[in-house]
Design a protein around this ligand. Structure first.
Ligand code: ZN
Length: 122
C-alpha cells in the first residue's frame, strides 16, 4: 500500500514523517496474489522513528526523532510493505498495540480503526 520511497518523501499521505520504523510479524491475511502466509513487514511511526526493525515483544525506543504521544497504552496504525515472496502491493492496514512501551499485539485494522487512529494522529 505504501511505497517506501514515496513514504519517506511524504508523498503518499499514509506516512507523513520523514522516517518510520518497521515490525516484522506473521501476516494475518494471506497475500491476495500468491497466498503467502509468512512474515510481512509493517511500517509505523511511533517513538524514535529511524528505521528501527522491531519484533513482537520488543520495547519501543524513545529519545531521538520521536513521533506520537508516549502513553502507557497506545494503538498505532501500521502499513504493510510489499509481499516478501511476490512483491505484490499488500492492501489494508494493521493496528499495533503498545503497553508500557512494549509491542504486545497486532491485528488487522477495521475501517473504523483507520478513521479513529488517523484522527488521533492529526
Ligand atoms: Zn505475495
Amino acid at each position: 500500500m505504501v511505497d517506501p520511497a514515496a513514504a519517506r518523501q511524504g508523498r503518499t499521505g499514509a506516512v507523513t514523517v520523514a522516517a518510520y520504523n518497521t515490525i516484522t510479524v506473521t501476516r494475518l491475511a494471506p497475500c491476495t496474489h500468491c497466498a503467502d502466509e509468512g512474515p510481512i513487514r509493517l511500517q509505523f511511526a511511533y517513538g524514535d522513528t529511524w528505521q528501527h526493525n522491531y519484533a513482537l515483544g520488543d520495547s519501543i525506543r524513545w529519545g531521538g526523532n520521536d513521533y506520537g504521544q508516549r502513553n502507557e497504552h497506545a494503538e498505532i496504525l501500521a502499513y504493510p510493505e510489499r509481499c516478501l515472496v511476490c512483491a505484490f502491493d499488500t492492501p489494508g492496514e494493521y493496528v499495533l498495540t503498545v503497553d508500557q512501551d512494549r509491542l504486545t499485539a497486532y491485528r488487522l485494522a477495521r475501517s473504523e480503526d483507520v478513521v479513529r487512529l488517523e484522527a488521533e494522529e492529526g
